[in-house]
Design a protein around this ligand. Structure first.
Ligand code: SF4
Length: 390
């Protein structure tokens, strides 16, 4: 996530709630993408440190647990930059120019100078961010799928160019023997089924079999992954996009909730601010007077009900609005209650973290170290594969 400072309900419902689940299901790396912020806003970096701290406090307050997930800051793991540079050597320009967001963003952000090398290369920086952890899955929205696809292409190209080594097949056969006779036989059978019949299930089972082998080294495993698929060593595995549902959380005016539309409720807004924002948010313009019937479909408050209310409240709103049986303030009350109930525990935790800046710093320091250990290991393999080690 780019360091946007304090987060709002749109971030909470669109991203953080998803992270909260993922952190229990997978080994997760969540990072502050401070270099990415520079790809579009290079001229004013002074607020990045404060924005980083505020955002991480909100992650923690929302329930992201540094005991379950690794939280870190991108620029504190400079290996990302090294991998980005090395990948840039093999990435055709056309691949980057074709990424849909390249043209889209240039159209949308006309006031920004996006004719830079950094902006063109930012999807490749993302590829480095992903590949350096050999990530299996990347939680993304629909609009980011093209970036994961680029990452897969870059990984494939890298493995194709640098995964070839002399005597690859002999080395792979030797590695296979280390699995024991029974497993090696099963591996051969699955490999044959995949390569001769294109059996995807056999490929998955064989991959799981390799993952489960504790007694073979990392590079042998890479060889066997490549051997299985009919290529060279797989040094940078191709990640999958883990599609997250688009957030239904609208802004106060019914558009997407975003700071640039000035329609947000921040996770740390005081109860009085939250109440005021919701009480004054627009409703169906046809309901000028209390006695005018309205249409929930034309009202942003209804979209909030879809996030926060159950079916009996939905019925009450539909019926009460269309018959002018309820007033708009009455209609908003269950939402005010629900948002305040959601924010209270988050704000309590945020206050605890705000009061302990050293704790937040040390969580990030520890996360950066942990991330760096993994990144260093990948870079050693990458440098080795690219003959950059004497
Ligand atoms: Fe919107 Fe509720 Fe008012 Fe209907 S009653 S216009 S849904 S706020």
């Amino acid at each position: 996530m780019r360091p946007t400072g304090r987060l709002h309900l749109g971030h909470y419902h669109g991203v953080l709630k998803n992270w909260l689940e993922l952190q229990h299901e997978y080994e997760c790396f969540f990072f502050v993408a401070d270099w990415h912020a520079l790809t579009t806003h290079y001229e004013d970096p002074t607020n990045i440190p404060d924005s980083t701290r505020d955002m991480v406090i909100d992650w923690l307050a929302a329930g992201i647990n540094p005991g379950s997930a690794t939280l870190f800051v991108q620029s504190r793991v400079p290996e990302h930059a090294e991998l980005h540079l090395l990948l840039s050597m093999i990435t055709p320009l056309g691949w980057l120019e074709r990424v849909p967001s390249y043209k889209d963003q240039q159209e949308k952000l006309k006031e920004r100078d996006l004719a830079t090398y950094g902006f063109l290369g930012y999807p490749l920086l993302q590829s480095a961010d992903i590949l350096i952890y050999k990530a299996g899955q990347v939680p993304v929205g629909e609009d980011q799928v093209a970036h994961v696809e680029l990452t897969r292409e870059v990984a494939r190209r890298f493995n194709h160019i640098f995964g070839r080594e002399p005597d690859f097949e002999i080395k792979a056969e030797e590695a296979k023997k280390k699995m024991g006779k029974k497993n090696a036989k099963l591996f051969d059978e699955l490999r044959r089924r995949y390569q001769e019949q294109g059996d995807q299930e056999a490929l998955e089972v064989a991959r799981a079999l390799l993952e489960g082998q504790g007694n073979i080294t990392l590079s042998d495993r890479e060889r066997l992954f490549g051997y299985l698929e009919g290529g060279g060593r797989i040094i940078l595995p191709e990640p999958q996009a883990l599609l997250t549902k688009a957030s239904k959380m609208p802004g106060l005016d019914g558009q997407k909730m975003s700071k640039s539309y000035d329609n947000t409720i921040s996770l740390r807004d005081s109860p009085a601010e939250v109440e005021k924002a919701l009480r004054t948010m627009p409703t169906d313009p046809a309901r000028v007077r209390r006695t005018d019937p309205g249409d929930p479909e034309k009202c942003p408050v209804w979209q909030f009900h879809q996030v926060y209310s159950d079916s009996s409240v939905h019925e009450w709103v539909q019926q009460g609005c269309r018959s002018a049986g309820i007033g708009c303030l009455e209609c908003k009350q269950p939402i005010i209650d629900a948002v305040l109930a959601e924010l209270t525990p988050i704000q309590e935790r945020a206050r605890e973290y705000e009061a302990q800046p050293d704790l937040v710093r040390s969580i990030l320091n520890e996360g950066c170290e942990k991330a760096r250990d993994v990144a260093r290991e990948t870079m050693e393999e990458v440098r080795h594969a690219m003959s950059l080690v004497m």
